[in-house]
Design a protein around this ligand. Structure first.
Ligand code: ATP
Ligand code: MG
Length: 420
């Protein structure tokens, strides 16, 4: 037997209503905030990710699925959605469009990580990117969308953490202070962080190892090195969140795992997620479009992990437009089978969902399948019914039965379906 790949999951029909609910909710909120869907490729040239995400990040160092195309070009399965969206924005010269470019996307992402609950090698994200506006209201809009959608989906115990990374110059003046502190305590850091002291010291603030956390708690803070402009920017973002009543807490160690952020970064965590408690995260990345050879373009966005939302949703929270079939057709005999086939098609074409099990040959077997499929009604059509020109509609709950003219089935059935 050929099995699926480790860390890559199938979503069976029992699970997909949950996903559909999450996706429908996300789309609804994206529409309300004026974001439009973009669909970008699942693979891109490797340099796109290496240049945007940053060479010394976990993703680029060890998590990418990279392979050689037949002509030798190095390609990579996308580990996240921002790089591809920015590439598309630049390639299609979207900066020339006079209205704000606000995009959302859904889709699978690929990272070679150690699979565990809430951490997969193929996982799915919903994300948004808002291009062109260097205004705190743009950060607030994106954060609000994230907060409203996670609340609406029904997640409990949500916490929004927020930080300000300043501009590159702020980090340049902060970095030596942090490095000096870290070097004094180097032997207490995990080996990963010891390696990062020179390469990417800020990332150490984000390390989840308890010893590293304890140490960095006492470290000099970036917030204390920020110049006037980022301080004012951050204050405006927080004021706006207060105004629209979105609760947050400040987290000075929230540097995020990607190199392209500046000013605002944020993360939403949920209760009951265990070690992988981040549901979604994002921030402002004003330099990225330029880094990828586009025009200077401020931007802000987020991505949420759909697996983590799906894990947390109670069955009772799920409301979806994916309806169960309403009418089951129980057809027998030569004439009955043909009439049943017509009835199925007549109902479906008129917008009524109808099903049958073509293997069943007795009424009892048909009724059992109708129950299993959760159909509210069964339409019984045997050869006799065909002769009379009427089928028998059985309400599966009350068991009451009605004769219906087969020639005008959809019209005759409609009022009966809506009563129950
Ligand atoms: P983490 O700290 O959990 O590794 P991250 O910083 O790598 O998260 P991002 O790149 O910001 O995550 O992605 C945003 C969201 O995507 C995360 O909050 C999470 O919900 C989800 N996510 C990230 N990696 C995975 C994964 N391997 N499997 C499932 N979901 C994931
Ligand atoms: Mg990660």
């Amino acid at each position: 037997m050929i099995k699926g790949i480790k860390g890559v999951k199938d979503l069976l029909p029992e699970e997909t209503p949950r996903w559909r609910f999450i996706e429908e909710t996300a789309r609804r909120w994206a529409d309300r905030y004026g974001f439009h869907e973009i669909r970008i490729p699942i693979f891109e040239v490797t340099t796109l990710f290496a240049r945007s995400i940053g060479a010394s990040t976990d993703i680029v160092e060890k998590e990418m699925y990279t392979f050689q195309d037949r002509d030798g070009t190095s390609l990579t399965l996308r580990p996240e959605g921002t790089a591809g969206t920015v590439r598309a924005y630049i390639e299609h010269n979207r900066g020339a469009v006079p209205v704000p470019q606000k995009y959302f996307y859904f889709g699978p992402m690929f990272r070679h990580e150690r699979p565990q609950a809430g951490r997969l090698r193929q996982f799915h994200q919903f994300g948004v990117e808002s291009f062109g506006m260097a205004d705190p209201r743009s950060d607030i809009e994106v954060i609000a969308l994230l907060w409203r959608l996670l609340s609406d989906v029904g997640l409990q115990g949500l916490t929004l953490e927020i930080n300000n990374l300043g501009y590159p110059a702020d980090r340049d003046s902060y970095r030596p202070q942090l490095v000096t502190y870290l070097k004094q305590h180097e032997s207490h850091l995990c080996s990963n962080c010891q390696r990062r002291i020179e390469m990417n010291p800020l990332r150490i603030l984000d390390c989840k190892v308890p010893e590293c956390r304890a140490l960095t708690e006492q470290a000099p803070r970036l917030a204390d090195s920020l110049s006037e402009a980022p301080r004012a920017y951050s204050a405006a973002v927080l004021r706006g969140l207060d105004l629209i009543r979105i609760p947050y807490s400040l987290n000075h160690r929230l540097v995020r795992g990607l190199d392209y952020y500046n000013l605002t970064t944020f993360e939403v965590t949920a209760m009951n997620l265990g070690a992988q408690n981040a549901v979604g995260a994002g921030g402002r990345y004003d330099g990225l479009v330029e880094t990828l050879s586009g025009p200077p373009t401020p931007a802000v966005g987020f991505a949420v992990g759909l697996e983590r939302i799906a894990m947390l949703l109670a069955d009772s929270a799920i409301r979806t437009s994916a309806a169960k079939a309403v009418v089951y057709i129980a057809a027998f005999g030569e004439q009955g089978s043909l009439a049943g086939l017509s009835a199925l098609e007549d109902l479906r074409v008129c917008g009524i969902s109808a099903v049958s099990d073509f293997r069943s040959s007795t009424l009892k077997a048909h009724l059992r399948q109708a129950d299993r499929l959760g159909c509210s009604f069964t339409l019984i059509i045997g050869d006799d019914e065909v002769t009379k020109g009427t089928g028998i509609l059985r309400n599966m709950v009350t068991k009451s039965q009605y004769d219906l003219p087969l020639a005008a089935l959809p019209t005759a059935i409609q009022p009966l379906l809506t009563i129950s």
